[in-house]
Design a protein around this ligand. Sequence first.
Ligand SMILES: *Cc1c(COP(=O)(O)O)cnc(C)c1O
Length: 476
Amino acid sequence: MQYISTRGGMPAANFSTILLAGLAPDGGLAVPTIYPEFNWQHKLSSKYIDYGVLSAEIINLYAPEIPFSELKNITKKVYSKCNFNSDEITPLKFLDDDNAILELSNGPTYAFKDIALQLLGELFSRQLKNENRQLNILGATSGDTGSSAEYAMRGRENINIFMLSPLGRMSAFQKAQMYSLQDKNIFNLAVCGVFDECQNIVKFLAQDLEFKKQANLGAVNSINWARICAQIVYYFYGYINAVAHGWDKNKISFVVPSGNFGNVLAGHVARQMGLPINRLIVATNENNVLEECINTGVYRPRKASDVEATSSPSMDISAASNFERYVFDLQNRDPDKHRVLWNKLSTEGSIDFKSENLFEKINNSDKYPHLAMSAGKSSHQHRIKTIAEIWKKNKRLIDPHTADAFVVGAQKRKNSEKLIFLETAQPVKFAETIFEAVGFKPELPSKVSDLLSLPQNVVEVGVDANEIKKFILKNI
Ligand SMILES: *Cc1c(COP(=O)(O)O)cnc(C)c1O
């Protein structure tokens, strides 16, 4: 299994080589040269599907150079009851005959990012040990990614993590989750600015090649292929469990709360590998770059200053970084064609897929069942109303991101379609919004009942790349 860049400018490389790299040298994203088949029907006959084993079988197709027994030890260790609160890891919970929730947020930080990042922590450690080197991860977070990355990397010998967060902009729970970590390889830096300023500092320092080399700088961003790979697994797991429950295998669709397009891209890859998903339905919030593209054919990333701060904050994006991998597939995976198209995006600021004759592939799921997407968008009011409705009807609290999926599922459902809603976070992370919807706050899980009162460990810094550079060099 080899990987190339979507833009054609990277020598073919294996999984272990691209694991620690960020963007390809030509600015593109690493993609596998082919999508291997996975024989999911085979799994239907087993009484019980072990998530860790399923994960090893799927990831093995993408990382054959990792000995299978070693990989299986890793996935069994990561996807354990102790980490994810149940043996099922991502339990599928049926609400009624036509609706189910696939719980992706039972990991250490209560957000779906744990599923990929917990594995990434192990894979990074293994690879760094093999290469006998050290990695210093620099990242910026507005909430979920930062804590998920820190919980994945905490206590690891060959990794330090420096995480920038905007001072005073995260929820009390999110702050406590990150800042209460006392591991000596974790450095929380609260920047006196907004998230975009944090992000800009990371981008600026990543371009400082001398510093990057000197500091062994790396990243854990959402374009990392191993993260996508880890996420493919729960589409198979959810689908197989739905079929085992008696759902018609031709009618199962997934509704996916989407921001950077990483989650739904994994669903797209699963169907390319042979999983007969009926439809992939993309749910966005007010920042509807993806919804607009899928419904009108125009992909128009926004300026950072035009991104609205919403009550489903982990989906507040200006551009969907993983979308490029999907567009690559629309063009029959031809890097030369893709490079030309993507250059247009940087010179003209948008792409009109209609004039490229690609819109049908995006939009017509009857004609292109393995490529097309459906999409809808949600808003604060709809989100609040839906949280209240689901609470009333099912006695179940859902978080604001998952609520966006329910809003869009209701808009887009076709007759007799069976919907699996991906739950991307637990409501306790967004207590204010839940309170607005139902009039009470979710209880803290007993595991973290004292979280908000633990001592916090954070260093305040200015919006100053140099200051941060010095801090990193002093601490590695
Ligand atoms: C990151 C995140 C999303 C968006 O996922 P993408 O892979 O960026 O599309 C949705 N909901 C929650 C809670 C998240 O943390």
